[in-house]
Design a protein around this ligand. Sequence first.
Ligand SMILES: [Zn+2]
Length: 184
Amino acid sequence: MWSFVKDHKWLSMTAIALPVFVLGLAIPQSIVVPVRGAGPADWNHETFWHEPWGKSGVHKGIDIFAEKGTDVLSATDGIVIFSGKFGMGGKVLAVLGPKWRVHYYAHLDSSVVGFGHLVRRGKHIGFVGQTGNARNRPPHLHYSIVTMIPFPWRVDESSQGWKKSYYLNPSKILLKAHRRQNTQ
Ligand SMILES: [Zn+2]
């Protein structure tokens, strides 16, 4: 009897979780460059997985340079899953977007959205700053894309190469997005 109840509970959990999971995958991912007015000339295309990179060892994202106070925009539609201080990132935002990918925005001067907020692609979510370990560097947005569904075929021999299963190269994704934005 009890095992039936447990199984039943498990089944109904699956019945809810599975469509949510599939829905997450099915939502098309459409991205914009997450700093207002920024283009490919504003980030270094070679710094993804660059090393040495301070305490992190390797650089798991890209830095988009802009004047302090420039608007940071949400790259995708999504839900804010973290807003606050986070170690070397200083003031950060994490937004869960389509395809179970978390978009991470760091070194913000401030943010204008909080935990649980739904954001649309292109929505103003904060301001470029120098918080965390960007204190002595020119203001920039650190932007990472983390997939919660691992891509094990991306793993290679580089330092912390196993993490490439989770960290995607935002430079490639943004270049495509920028090209699309400018050919429409
Ligand atoms: Zn960075």
